[in-house]
Design a protein around this ligand. Structure first.
Ligand SMILES: Cc1cc2nc3c(=O)[nH]c(=O)nc-3n(C[C@H](O)[C@H](O)[C@H](O)COP(=O)(O)OP(=O)(O)OC[C@H]3O[C@@H](n4cnc5c(N)ncnc54)[C@H](O)[C@@H]3O)c2cc1C
Length: 347
């Protein structure tokens, strides 16, 4: 017998699934999801926002509560199980499915991270819920129905999707599309509830993580506020220290075009574009990058784009806010020197 769906009006409130970094601090994606939640809650008339933490037995939400409250959470729901001590897609799916059945949130937000890409599709089937991934804009429509804008077809089109008949709705948010706000309510408090959940030991277990990206560039490309990227115009791996020096002077991460990665000059972890990473830093500096559409899709949402290229007709100039038609071998060292001489390295 098919169980009839729970009526929509029995679901209420906004959840933010909290993500933490490997060092245990709150991930940037969590703050960005709280920014989006605050915007939607205000549009709906101050809907409660619950931050959902998944914790191992004996772990407590205490270290996170003040930060979550300051960024807009009105409640914290801690889901606990011995099998949540380390992340697994199966564990998150089981824990969240039980919590959703018990609490019936209308909307669940999370960062569009590799973690949510792992558990959210499983959760969509298990809960069940309507998953709308990779949003760049959100609007709260009537009766709590969210309108989700998401780029498709290599960013060439924007679609607006909604889930009129299914609750909960779940939306994952593209990195940097919603910026972490200043703590708008420092000193605010939250109510906290702990719920023990029944989570089986995962069939696949995480037994180790290696920091290949950090080892290669020192900074995480996806989270960086500034990216300095080099293309085939850099002419060879022996010249990449020019790119690295400028990146270092700005406290930036190093990126690369696919041509450079395919040539073996840089690791794939640095590739920006359709078959690499999507980045949305405050500042993206493209050195000797032509600006092919497959590269653009990975960086076009950067807040400010600066391009250095000898070819005035290079497509990168069509999306650059500031373009320098010139030789990167002259411009990059000059920029690095000026930043150092004038002490312009961001704090
Ligand atoms: C399915 C598919 C997926 C792809 N995915 C990606 C992707 O994820 N990321 C990606 O980047 N590409 C991707 N590509 C490849 C993409 O189409 C381009 O081939 C690639 O981005 C070109 O890299 P480039 O701009 O470094 O090299 P080039 O196209 O060779 O451009 C080099 C640029 O450097 C300039 N230049 C040369 N000398 C100097 C100098 N001294 N100073 C300043 N400028 C100089 C030139 O004017 C030129 O504009 C993909 C392609 C396909 C088909």
């Amino acid at each position: 017998m098919v169980t009839p769906p729970t009526p929509k009006d029995q679901f209420s409130g906004i959840w933010v699934v909290v993500e933490r970094t490997q060092t245990g601090t709150l991930a940037e994606a969590t703050f960005e999801a709280l920014t989006a939640a605050r915007q939607l809650a205000a549009e709906q008339g101050n809907t409660p926002i619950t931050a959902v933490l998944l914790l191992g037995d004996g772990d407590t939400p205490d270290p996170y509560q003040a930060d979550l409250a300051a960024h807009g959470a009105t409640a914290v729901l801690a889901l606990t199980s011995a099998n949540l001590a380390t992340y697994s897609g199966q564990g998150y799916t089981q824990a969240l499915t039980q919590a959703i059945a018990a609490k019936k949130p209308a909307l669940i937000l999370a960062g569009a991270t590799s973690t949510s890409k792992d558990y959210a599709p499983r959760l969509a089937l298990a809960a069940p819920l309507a998953l709308m991934p990779d949003a760049t804009q959100l609007t709260m429509g009537s009766s709590g129905q969210v309108e989700v804008t998401r780029p498709v077809y290599a960013e060439n089109m924007l679609t607006i999707v909604t889930a009129p008949d299914v609750r909960p709705q779940m939306v994952t948010l593209r990195a940097k599309a919603f910026r972490k706000g200043e703590a708008p309510a420092a000193g605010a408090s939250v109510t906290t509830e702990t719920m023990a959940v029944d989570v089986a030991a995962p069939t696949l277990q995480l037994v180790g993580i290696s920091a290949s990206e950090a080892a290669s560039s020192g900074k995480s490309l996806a989270d960086a506020e500034i990216v300095v990227a080099g293309g085939r115009g850099v002419k060879g791996p022996e010249n990449f220290p020019l790119v690295e020096a400028l990146a270092q002077s700005l406290g930036a991460a190093v990126g690369a075009s696919r041509a450079v990665v395919d040539a073996g000059w840089r690791p794939h972890s640095e590739q920006v574009g359709q078959t690499g990473k999507t980045v949305s830093p405050n500042l993206y500096i493209a050195l000797g990058i032509h600006g092919a559409i497959q590269h653009q899709v990975g960086m076009t949402s950067s807040r400010h784009i600066v391009a250095v290229n000898t070819n005035p007709d290079a497509p990168i100039f069509e999306i650059a806010d500031f373009g320098i038609v010139g030789d990167l071998f002259e411009i990059a060292p000059l920029l690095t020197k000026t930043i150092k001489d004038k002490n312009l390295t961001p704090a």
